[in-house]
Design a protein around this ligand. Sequence first.
Ligand code: PMP
Length: 359
Amino acid sequence: MKKHNFSAGPAILPQPVFEQAAEAVRDFNGMGLSLLEISHRSPQFTAVLDEAQVLVRDLLGLSDAYEVLFLQGGASSQFFMTAMNLLDEKGKGGYVDTGSWSAKAIKEAQAFGPVEVVASSKASNYNAIPKGYPIPDGLTYLHITTNNTIFGTQYKALPETATRLVADMSSDIFSKPVDTERFDLIYAGAQKNMGPAGVTLVIVRKDALGKVGRHIPTMLDYRTHIKKGSSFNTPPVFPIYVSMLTLRWVKANGGLKAMQARNEAKAKLMYEAIDSNPLFDGTVAAAEDRSVMNATFNLIEGREDLFAPFLELCEEAGCSGVKGHRSVGGFRASLYNAMDLESVQVLADVMHAFTEKYA
Ligand code: PMP
């Protein structure tokens, strides 16, 4: 029986995508060859790469000022690649620190130029998105993590500033429409809402590049990958193909507005289940900061002994991946695009049954 997959990533993908991907591994488009054994420069694969780029552009409404790249190295490599390509001693990168991933981005950027942390929610264990802080003039960019996968917080509005934004959207890309014109660069590891692990989406504004003085190694220079259409070296063909299938699914299911409505309905159901339940507490301070993608919650103080019994009940009901990130403990239900409302209802019912038994 297929489980209800609440894993934070690698994560749930649409069932038809799994089936099409499996078939492409056996026989790609009736070629008599697997997708995994054909050249990345064959017309059959370059068509996949082209379609994936067009889908990204189309879904996000990107203007011609932007390039779409499919790279390797995970979102973690973008922590340094963004700064290496955009920042030097003449500039200053502003960063908002909203969790472990932001903190890693800050640490890596410091090697390439001055960095100012303009706001941080670290003191409250990242249980909120900072608001109302002054943003200094003259920043080269302001870096934000739009959804904090571990702490369950998410920006519901972009910071009010004329400064160009750079964003890690790993865990909420394609979950709702975005005002892309505000960004110089957007990056996202695919393995949450876009596809399997192994490819990283980078969307970069062309005129943001070429401004730093340093030598950039060829593989780490965005301009290399722009020039070579994400095929300077062998691209991750399978993750790109599966991402393309997932983006086709997003489009066929109504695009980003439809995804947003679907995701908000799931989040509403999930947070109602947490709030109405006397054994659980949400971890995020203000309701408006709660992530639509990753709902984090704990057992109430004094009932931590029920941790294993709750996870057992989840497993019995076919709900997988509900355990929180190892650094924070507790529980986390990830509600990415491909998850159905019915699966969230199953988890809500488990929470209810659990309370009936233990409260
Ligand atoms: N940023 C965010 C918001 C994440 O959730 C993650 C975890 N996948 C990362 C960055 C790191 O991504 P990767 O494992 O692709 O390097």
